[in-house]
Design a protein around this ligand. Sequence first.
Ligand code: DGL
Length: 277
Amino acid sequence: MSDPHPIGIFDSGVGGLSVLREIRARLPHENVIYCADSGFAPYGNRSTEEIRERSLFLSQFLLQHACKALVIACNTATAAAADTLRQRWPDLPIIGMEPAVKPATAATRSGVVGVLATVGTLVSARFAALLDTFGSDVDVITQPCPGLMECVERGELDTSATRALLDSYVQPLLQADADVIVLGCTHYVFLRALVQELAGPDVRLIDTGAAVAAQLERRLIAGGLLTLAQAEGTENFWISSEDPQMNATLQFLWHKKATFSLLPTPESHNASRSLMT
Ligand code: DGL
């Protein structure tokens, strides 16, 4: 069986490109549609209801483009909306992600793990459940990082302002003796080199992108949904922001020539759907 339909991926912005990178490495022949909700970012400061609403809208858009599976390439959106999306589309493979607390607690030698994530992720019931399950034998120090995803959205991975902001978030973890730091937001994965420099070589950094790609592959195989095409897969990029700078950020982070198309608004999307019926 061969299924050439695309995989749909969404994030609050360009952070999910760090997940797409892993998916591309593992599944080079799959076609992909990526939605960046940069016009509504950051999700980290939004209410659960708002994130759910946006996640439903983006998922509907991707399903209208005949996606065979969805990847929520965002820890914050997974915490707020994964259950809702799975209830709405029970037969669809929907891969979410959460901060890598489990492997981090297994890897620490100091007994202290640091987690960099958004406020939304850290206050979620899903994250509390993760700590209950894996955080009982080690100290897990959580650090919300307001303003950090915006640095990545602007493509500012190593400016003095980004460095100063990131340092203010990393230092408390080091002071608490963390020897493993979880990059619990897909945007922060693009700051890996800077986190490593600020934390020093003895601190191990962990993120979840490769595990998400592996899980996606397992689900596609189980559902008979892999493409058997041998050509390189295509990527289509959509965005909810009209900021022209975002195309530069896309090319900078994706390392390939690519441009965003503008996502419809929920109103125009509904109008065109009613014209079609
Ligand atoms: N990229 C998102 C995540 O993984 C969050 C960024 C935001 O606050 O919108 O959590």
